[in-house]
Design a protein around this ligand. Sequence first.
Ligand SMILES: [Zn+2]
Length: 388
Amino acid sequence: MSKQARSSKDGPIRGLKLTGSPRERGLTHGEEFADEIERNLEIYLDVFEHKGSDEETVYEQAEQFVPLIEDENEAYAEEMRGVAEGSGLSIEDVTILNARYEVMYSAFKQAADEINEGLPDACTAFGVRNSLSDDGHTYVGQNWDWMPGLETFVMDVELEDGADHVVMTEAGIVGGKIGVNEAGLAMTLNGLVTEHDGEEPFRKPYHVRFREVLASERMDAAIESLIARDRACSANVIVGHESGEMIDLELSPETANYLYPDDGLLVHTNHVEDSSSMNSEFERLIPDTLCRAPRLRRLLTEDADKIGEGDIKEALRDHFDHPNSICRHPNEDDPELDRLETGGSFVMDLTEKRLLGTNGPPCEHEYVEFQVGSSSSQPQGAVDGRHP
Ligand SMILES: [Zn+2]
């Protein structure tokens, strides 16, 4: 395929099979997505600079993260080195992407102790227990709301010492963030902001933890990667299992809240539901988070006793409060919110270990199906899934 045909937001979300040693997986990733990785790096460097963290500071931080990641997860560091070699970028360039949460929150903290100086990933996530779905399958997924133009793809990862999985990632980032594995475990990710974010940036990066979550064979092991060690900043993660068990983890740097499904359904957006242990701040910047979670619960439950895959997709295309809706679009009236849109919509069937993903807002883009363990290196399956 030509470079033009493969670029940016044209066409469906692409897939890439990653096999072999960590270095070999990284090389494949780096070689295949070299242009996209460089574009993502430029976008993030611009954002950090916009937030008051110049390039020199960012690269100094990256130099400190390299040995930290090596200590935390040597295979992850080796895969990053493969990405660097394959793409022709430096290990620091690739590290900036892989620690981009930690670097970003730290930049915000340095810029000003004001919440409106920062803008992490928004998002609307859900989990549907098997007892509530019309086909008896367990579903987990989300709309991922982030900066327009970032290059994403779905990795089909074959691990020598962990669970194989399919997962959406930003080009250049070794650990994905929205995925499902062969053990029937899945995870989603939403941005949260709480008061101590970025004060201690040099802690195990989230994306390293996400790789460990999806490499897990058991649910408790997946949870352990997220909570055992303190974090640099806040995030919300749903971990679900095909059995219907699921948990929502509201993570701040040093505390965590644990939420469970209500009537078989979990929904979460970008504010802390249990504010007894942490001060939630993101809703001051994007108050729509307070509307999207109850809206999604209502859309999924109001008209029927059981939820189908088609109902989920329809709910994820919802435009209540447009443009700051579940299906989010750039808000031209607000320079900060203009930088947020639904970059992809993801529905994972944990029972069948498959992921449906779009390459942009689901009102404008079709879902493409990816199956764990598929041998193809390109997107496969019927557009818009098998259960329309
Ligand atoms: Zn839309």
